[in-house]
Each structure stands twice: as C-alpha cells, then as structure tokens.
Design a binder for this molecule. Structure first.
Ligand code: ATR
Length: 485
C-alpha cells in the first residue's frame, strides 16, 4: 500500500491535497503537526481513502511545538471522529488511553542511525499495544536497509519498517515486498515529510510499488551520487513496456565491494555500475568479460545462478551504436577509425574498435596519453593537429570539446568531414553538438552520445532479460530527461 503523507500548512490546502492524493495513494496520512489551527472532522467527512491522524512532536522529527496534553487531545478527537488509524509515539501511548474503533500505529523514529537493537524496539512497540508497529530509522549506509528487510521478514505482526535518507530509498520501494504494511510517499517533490520520501506518482508509475511481489526480480544502479541518474527511469520504463516483473532501484553506495558482497543475500539479478565504482567493483565479480580485463573498468553485473559476471556495455553500446548505421556483418573490419581523446571513454571504445578489426588511430591534446593508450591497445597515435592529414571512414570524438556550456566549440575542423563518413560524438549534452551538426550538413552519417547511452542501457537490458530491449521507449525517456521534461 502506498501512503501519501500530507504536509500542507492550512486546512484548505490539506483538504485539497487529500483529494488529489486519493487518486494515487491507497491511504492518506494527515500530518496535523504541519497544519495551523487544525480540525479533525472535515477530513473524516471528505475522506475517499482510509486516513491516519498523526500529530508528531519536534522530539520525534515533527513540527508540533505546543503543549503535550493538547497534542494528544487532538489524536483522541480524531479517533472519536472516525479516523481509521491513529499514530502515536511509543513514549506517549499510555497517555492516549485507547483509540476506540481506530487502529493504533505505535511509532518509533531515529533520525541519527539504524540502531543495533531493532528487534528489541519492535517487541516494545508490539507490547505497548500496537495494532501496527512503525519503525522509521536513518540509514547512514545502504547496507543498513538489509536490517530493516530482515526485521520486516521476521516481524510476525503488522509492521511498517523503513530507512530514511537517500541511502534508505530502496526500503520505500521494496518495503511492501518484505511485508511492510505500507510505504510513505510525498504528494510532490519538495513536499516530503521525511528525508528520502519519493513522490507517490513515481512510487506508483515508475517503481510500480503496488505490483512488486515475491517474484519481482531486482536490479539497480550502483552510484555515488545517484539522485540524478537517468538509469532508473530508462530501465523501469523498459521493464514496464515489456511486461517484465522486475524493478530497477537507485542505489547510493559508498563502499562498492562491501555492498555487492552483503547484497548477495537479496539475490539482486543485475546492476549497472557507474561513477566512482567502475574499477573497484571488478574485485568482487566471480567472472569478468575479456573487455573488462582489457579496459580495466566495467559497468554491468549479471547474476547467473548466484555467480556475478562483469561486462562493459559502455564499450558494447558504443560499438552497437556505430555498427548499426554501417550495416553488414563486420562493419568495422578494415575501416580506418580516428578517435579523438585518450581518457576513459576512449579506452573503452578503443579496445572495442580494435577487437572488431578497425584500423585505429588515437589523437589527443596531451600526446603522451595518446601514446600510452595506443601502446596498450596496439594501434597508432598522434597529436590532434594531424587530423587534417588523415584519410578515414569513421571519426569518434571522446573529448569533452563541444559539451555544454561550450557548445560553439568543435574538436574537428568542418573541412575534414566528408560525405559518407560516420561521425560519432560521445558528448550527449547538447544532443546535437556542433561537430554532429556540421557533419550532417556535409552528408556524413551521424551517431550521437544519446545513441551510445541508450545502447549501453539496451545491452544491459538484453543481458539481464534475454529479450530485445524496447530501444525507442528507452531513447524517448533519455530525450525527455535531457530536454528537462
Ligand atoms: P572520459 O572518461 O569522458 O573519457 P577523461 O578521462 O577526463 O574523460 O578524458 C577527457 C579527454 O578529453 C582527454 O582526452 C582530454 O585531453 P587531455 O588528455 O589532453 O586532457 C580531452 N579534452 C578535454 N578538454 C579538451 C580540450 N579543451 N581540447 C582537447 N581535448 C580535450
């Protein structure tokens, strides 16, 4: 069940929000501690979904700062008026003196940490007379969430369990799967009543919280930071499109080795791995692909029967994007490929081009870096200003030249671009760089950074599900996000 927590400051706004929230949420929590001059009856009269009365004091993370007797009196009034649930803090439950026909949620909050004695606290909540026990604790590391999942699985009584904070977000998505009575969401971004709350629309439509069950396969992106990652939007849309019972989670991970090791018990079926973990994660794989060994970085984990396999779809996605516009069986074999830049992206694509039989030359501003990388890959190299002298079929830009805000810059003079060439730019912000615009004007076939990004995700999806990725759906999500909706 998804519960919308209302944090409006006035009665009128709270009542209007209750009506709106009732379209998406299964149950509504009225946070009376946010409302000036609150009254209980109008909520009961206008409710569409079951309602919870909460009047949280400041000491438990709420807004109520007045007299304690008045605080409890409002909850008694709410019970008498017919609220379905009354939320009362563990230390105040005796003062409530019963709640009539309303069910009592006895709650415990810890804004500092996930305490060691979660089970003991849960026992106290149940012993205090909880119809439903609620524990909301702060996650300081994503591994804290495993303890909430363990608690929920073994609770034996109706329980709401969650970790607050960005590291705890997955408990808000997966809580119900492990038995949480409900999961709280915010009416909208910026209206969170606790740290880490997800907007209810995303809970319902993006993460499909109410459809998650014991068979739902779990995937996620390991990153730090993770909040701006487009991957949850892309992969969840793809699972939804294909009708696959799976959910893709944002995983804010500080220590990737400990995370992957400890999360084996959740049987996650796959991960995307991104900055800053692409190198460190290799150490905790059971097997890695040859490209991962060559490149020394990976971005994809596939769980096959409990064994974790590492791949690099930055490389595979770029190859797929380039090869798809060339056609033929081995489109890169024997083709002359010039690659600009000698950083991480160049490394990933360079090994791929070489493995596909392309004749590669790497040009870089810092020539020593081009020489070093070319030495490892086994290809030619040179300074950037050699570009006009070269004859080639494919041009690949992996430098950041032309990236927002320097959109008037280009890494290649327009007159080197000839009709029929393939020009690929790894930059995706803007979607059409000056390089790609000039290439298109001269009759080149262009491939954008968006194509690479979408294809690396599509390759992940296909490895995880053994079905064709809905590439157009995935591309539309990326384009929508890049355009800022
Ligand atoms: P990534 O992981 O995206 O490849 P990176 O490893 O930081 O990023 O590499 C950035 C690449 O862009 C490098 O090849 C860099 O050239 P240097 O090795 O000379 O630093 C290149 N680059 C960045 N800004 C550039 C500029 N203004 N002109 C030319 N090359 C540039």
């Amino acid at each position: 069940m998804i519960c919308a927590s209302l944090t409006s400051p006035t009665m009128d706004a709270a009542l209007a929000d209750m009506e709106r929230a009732s379209e998406l949420a299964d149950i509504i929590e009225v946070r009376f501690d946010y409302i000036h001059s609150p009254a209980v009856r109008p909520f009961v009269e206008r409710r569409i979904k079951p309602i919870i009365a909460t009047n949280r004091p400041a000491r438990e993370g709420g807004n109520y700062k007045g007299d304690e007797e008045n605080r409890i009196a409002l909850l008694r009034e709410a019970a008498a008026a017919g609220f379905d649930y009354i939320d009362i803090e563990m230390d105040s439950v005796d003062r409530l003196g019963g709640a009539g026909a309303s069910k009592v949620i006895v709650s415990y909050h810890n804004f500092e940490k996930t305490p060691d004695d979660l089970e003991a606290i849960h026992k106290q909540l149940v012993a205090a007379g909880a119809d439903i026990a609620k524990l909301a604790v702060m996650a300081n590391d994503i591994r804290d969430t495993l303890r909430i999942f363990d608690l929920l699985r073994g609770a034996g009584a109706p329980t709401i369990g969650l970790c607050m904070g960005e590291e705890g977000v997955i408990t808000r998505i997966l809580g119900p799967r492990f038995g949480s009575f409900l999961s709280f969401g915010a009416l909208a971004d910026g209206k969170q009543s606790a740290p880490g709350q997800i907007p209810i629309r995303d809970m319902r439509e993006l993460y499909r919280v109410n459809e998650i069950n014991a068979d739902t396969k779990l995937y996620g992106v390991i990153a730090n930071p993770v909040a701006h990652s487009m991957s949850p939007a892309i992969h969840n849309a793809a699972f939804r499109e294909k009708g696959i019972n799976a959910v893709y989670l944002p995983l804010k991970v500080a220590d990737v080795r400990r995370f992957v090791t400890e999360f084996r018990k959740l049987d996650m079926q796959g991960y995307s791995v991104t900055i800053p973990h692409k190198v460190d994660v290799i150490a905790v794989m059971d097997e890695v692909d040859q490209f991962v060994k060559d490149i020394g970085a990976m971005n994809t984990v596939v769980n096959r029967g409990g064994r974790l396999h590492g791949y690099n779809t930055d490389c595979l996605g770029a190859l797929r994007a380039i090869e798809s516009v060339m056609g033929g069986d081995e489109p890169l074999r024997g083709r002359r490929v010039v690659m600009l830049g000698a950083g991480g992206t160049s490394r990933a694509i360079g090994y791929g081009v070489k493995a596909r039989g392309g004749k590669l030359i790497i040009l870089n501003r810092t020539v020593a870096k081009a020489e070093k990388l070319a030495g490892e890959i086994g290809c030619d190299w040179g300074p950037m200003d050699r570009l006009p002298e070269l004859t080639f079929d494919v041009l690949v830009n992996t430098t950041s030249v032309g990236m927002h805000p320097n959109v008037d810059e280009t890494p290649a003079p327009a007159d080197v671009l000839k009709k029929g060439m393939v020009v690929f730019d790894a930059v995706y912000n803007p979607m059409e760089t000056r390089l790609l615009r000039e290439a298109a004007e001269r009759g080149c076939v262009t491939v954008s950074g968006v194509d690479m990004f979408v294809n690396q995700a599509a390759s992940q999806f296909e490895m995880w599900t053994d079905t064709d990725a809905p590439v157009e759906v995935m591309r539309n999500v990326v384009i929508e996000r890049l355009r800022g909706h």
